[in-house]
Design a protein. Structure first.
Length: 311
């Protein structure tokens, strides 16, 4: 079995612990995980535009001097059609932008060929690690499992379809280096016009509406549903452990609870071309209803327990 710096890969015939060098946890098949300590700072909220990438800069391989080190988590549910191409694009981007990245692929109980694709990707790239949930526990639970597995202080998350282009990881890392504990890509979509783009228009309206809802109800003027983030693992693990919702509302809770705890949250503007119709595994109507209910529930909790640094 080949190895890369700070990462290991799983062969295609991997099985249970003892035969493959990885172990089972209560979440399913997994490599080792570790905890972290909490540290709070004065709350801050920052946003700035993306710094342009220098495409003429020489590419680096894993372990190259001067490369920033971080883990990047991809939470996958029925993403077999996108996974291999997305990992290839992400690997190329990390090399170009001087990122020494450990990629953690978490299969959240997929019913398609996602796990088989994950095994193939791990056999190809030595910096890929795998985790398989025993069942579909939700996007939040999958991301949290990946964050706990990470061996680096900085951990990034991306949606597997790379809705937010992966080069935005660099300005997010820069915001962390400037003092933030959590940096988020603030998604900007082009206004879709025309009957043929009605699906995109619906998503655009929902995105804008949810931003206004979280601003008004949760005092959080941030793109809380953005899947593109970078965080300091030791600062955010206690927050992650306190999150109640383990599905799509997980991202909103992460941001609200981090700000309530006094952690510094920053945003970077990110232009997104949007998703193709049918590329998402989200049940939009069901999740919209669930999010409205979850916002109300979290608001009641904050009213009872106090708003902390949000107040």
């Amino acid at each position: 079995m080949g190895r890369g710096r700070g990462a290991c890969r799983m062969p295609a015939n991997s099985g249970r612990a003892g035969s493959s060098g990885y172990e089972d946890t209560h979440l399913g098949h997994s490599y080792r995980a570790s905890g972290g300590a909490s540290k709070r700072e004065e709350i801050g909220y920052h946003r700035r535009p993306m710094a342009a990438a220098d495409e003429n800069r020489p590419a680096l391989t894993a372990g190259s001097a001067g490369a920033r080190r971080l883990a990047i988590v991809l939470a996958n549910y029925n993403q077999a059609a996108h996974l291999a191409a997305s990992v290839e694009r992400l690997q190329a981007t990390c090399s170009l932008l001087r990122l020494e990245a450990q990629l953690i692929l978490v299969d959240d109980g997929s019913t398609d060929a996602t796990w088989r694709e994950s095994l193939a990707v791990a056999a190809r790239y030595p910096n890929v690690r795998l985790h398989r949930q025993p069942e579909n526990l939700g996007r939040g639970a999958a991301v949290a499992a990946g964050v706990r597995m990470a061996e680096t202080d900085l951990v990034g998350t991306l949606d597997t379809d790379l809705e937010v282009p992966p080069h935005y990881v660099v300005p997010l890392v820069e915001r962390i280096e400037a003092g933030a504990d959590l940096a988020i890509a603030h998604r900007h979509y082009p206004l879709p016009l025309g009957v043929s783009r009605a699906w995109e228009l619906g998503r655009w309206i929902a995105h804008k509406g949810y931003r206004q809802l979280t601003r008004a109800a949760l005092q959080t003027p941030i793109d809380t549903l953005s899947g593109c983030k970078v965080l300091r693992r030791d600062r955010l693990l206690p927050v992650i452990d306190s999150i109640q919702d383990q599905r799509w509302f997980w991202d909103t809770e992460l941001v609200v609870r981090a700000r309530r705890a006094g952690l510094r949250v920053a945003e970077v503007d990110a232009f997104c071309p949007g998703k193709a119709e049918g590329s998402s595994t989200v049940d939009t109507l069901r999740e919209t209803i669930a999010h409205l209910s979850s916002v109300a529930k979290l608001r009641r909790e904050l009213d009872r327990a106090g708003w902390g640094a949000l107040g």
